[in-house]
Design a protein around this ligand. Structure first.
Ligand SMILES: [Zn+2]
Length: 342
């Protein structure tokens, strides 16, 4: 029942409009135009709360199966249709694939000013994450300084147990450091729980501290998605309900997100570097249709959440990440607006 087509949703939206205004057909012209083009180019949409989801024509148009990233919603008060690729494609790029322009987002484009030409087209090939990385003055690639030679023995720094919602252990991460002249190398190894105890190898894709996370989803409490176990533990010590995934910044995927379905308020705490920003977009893209609200924030001082707390800051003093926070936040404010009006 959840998988209604965009065409049916469109009829529902028009019906809602007609109750408010006599002249509904003209009022929803942008919605008609955009969804007809999406139905044609991307196939039928699926309803998801106030939004209709489609495969993104820019980055999901390869004919292979994807979890749809493109959301479309009609803003009745503004007479405007919102299209948003939650993986970060620009509105201009999405519309170009549909043979449409920004002015087509409005029921009455004559009421609005549009810049002529293709001033924004240079962004079309640049991802949202890359634009945010450059806007923050960070480097797109990760060039690590030479740490020098090994100056000591590798030793275990910490072990972290991943548990099922009932507390049963599922997996274990061991963190080891090898000292170098400048800093240290980090090594992580994974084990999974079997009938015969711990065996080396990967384990099921579950969030860290899952018993707490499951309870927080049920209670509607805020959840902080950190980068790595060390930051998740730092968040927990500071009183936050914090989690992460095993296997590094880019190992988060839809199976982790599924455990957060129905959560109220998610804070994605990103490291201040290119992999961190890319991870934040990836995490948000898996969550946007599952949770009420997403914020993307970073340490006020230093690189990560551990640095933030070590500098004496509080959880509520995390700073929004320019471009990224707004991209995913806008969805909420628009969705809320639509809900209030309908
Ligand atoms: Zn896209």
């Amino acid at each position: 029942m959840d998988e209604r087509s965009g065409r049916i949703m469109r009829a529902a939206h028009i019906g809602g409009g007609a109750r408010h205004r006599g002249n509904a057909v003209h009022d929803t012209r942008s919605w008609e135009t955009i969804t007809a083009a999406l139905d044609r180019v991307c196939g039928p949409g699926k309803s998801s709360g106030d939004w209709v989801r489609y495969l993104c024509p820019v980055h999901e148009g390869d004919g292979r199966p994807h979890n749809p990233s493109l959301g479309v919603v009609y803003n009745r008060r503004k007479g405007k249709t919102v299209v948003r690729c939650f993986a970060g494609c620009t509105d201009e790029a999405v519309l170009a694939r549909l043979g449409l322009r920004i002015r087509d987002l409005f029921d009455r484009p004559s009421d609005h000013q549009f810049s002529s030409g293709t001033g924004s087209s240079r962004h079309e090939s640049t991802s949202l994450a890359d634009r945010a990385i450059l806007a923050a003055g960070l480097s797109l690639d990760r060039r690590k300084p030479d740490p020098g030679r090994i100056v000591g023995r590798t030793r275990t720094i910490a072990t972290y147990i991943y548990r099922r919602p009932d507390g049963r252990p599922e997996g274990r991460i061991t963190r080891r450091h090898t000292p170098r002249e400048r800093g240290h190398d980090k090594h992580f190894s994974q084990e999974r729980m079997t009938e015969n105890g711990w065996c080396s190898g990967g384990f099921a894709p579950i969030p860290f501290f899952l018993p707490d996370i499951a309870a927080a989803v049920a209670d509607g409490a805020d959840i902080y998605i950190c980068e790595g176990e060390q930051d998740a533990c730092a968040g927990r010590r500071a009183g936050l309900i914090a989690t992460t995934n095993a296997g590094g910044a880019l190992s988060w995927h839809a199976d982790h997100a599924a455990w957060l379905r129905g959560a109220h308020h998610i804070w994605i705490v990103t490291d201040r570097d290119a992999p961190g920003y890319r991870r934040a977009v990836r995490v948000a893209a898996t969550l946007w249709s599952l949770v009420d609200d997403i914020r993307i924030v970073q340490a006020r001082d230093g690189k990560d959440l551990t640095d933030h707390f070590n500098a004496g800051h509080l959880g509520e003093e995390l700073d929004p990440v320019p471009l990224l926070d707004n991209h995913f936040r806008t969805r909420q404010s628009l969705s809320g607006e639509v809900r209030r009006l309908s």
